[in-house]
Design a protein around this ligand. Sequence first.
Ligand code: AMP
Ligand code: ZN
Ligand code: FE
Ligand code: FE
Length: 292
Amino acid sequence: MLIDLHAHSNVSDGTDRPDELVHRAAEAGLDVLALTDHDTVDGWPAARGAGSAENVLVVPGVEMSTRLRGAGVHVLAYLLDPAYPPLADELARVRESRANRLSEMTRLLTEAGMPLETADVLAVAGTASSIGRPHVADALVAKGYVADRTEAFSRLLADGGPAYVPRYAPATADAVRIVREAGGVTVLAHPWGRGSRRVLDSTTIAALAAAGLAGIEVDHEDHDAAARSALRQIASAHRLVVTGSSDYHGTGKVGHALGVNTTDPAEFERLLDLARTAAAAAGRDVPQLGVA
Ligand code: AMP
Ligand code: ZN
Ligand code: FE
Ligand code: FE
């Protein structure tokens, strides 16, 4: 039983269509795949349709951009009602802010001697409903200014870099609460990866657990063996579910092949139990697993 609970499609900054993503998951031997695009659920119908055809259990999810003491923190949310107004409003607000910062980013890049227009970014983003810095990176690659996304980030787009423009994100604790109200469960994505490690100390994780956080993504390529071992202890201390996943982005992110990390089936069952409890408490129409 192979379970991968974090993957992106081209509905955000991955490179595979949702149905292609599920097809590749089947080829990789996965039994369960969560679709977790950044701040959008628009890929759910296509992914779930493909899941039925490919015999892959597709878990509907979303990777929410949140903010904690000035740092970006990614929160994976699963099995929530995306129509719950406070949740839909927050996601829409983040997507709008993502789109609105493009003119400022392209202005900064143009000033830095790399002429770029918003239209160039939208062209490479294609049908994506959530536009991210990786799309700006792709536009820079298309213009021949940089070799790949990695160089675009290291030279220009990384937090604090010359073309970095911040955008709106809800507070992490608010996201955890809203997802619960929407009948879903939350897992901290790559907590000790780039950016979020400095704010996600064990005390802060404990406070989030008390606020309703269900789990933490321990097995992720951003974490070395020491980080995984320390995070496992924190999870155990606060009865948090431990997940493992690829954070697959297609060709958009190297070293993140589908199934490179996976989630223990017993931990997945715990997460599903918590989701059932949250759904019952919320009394909302949450998505059912295995129903396309
Ligand atoms: P955004 O949410 O649009 O501001 O951009 C965040 C996305 O960019 C995430 O999906 C990250 O995987 C990616 N990202 C952030 N920093 C870097 C970096 N230094 N190198 C490559 N990708 C990055
Ligand atoms: Zn991404
Ligand atoms: Fe992330
Ligand atoms: Fe991700």
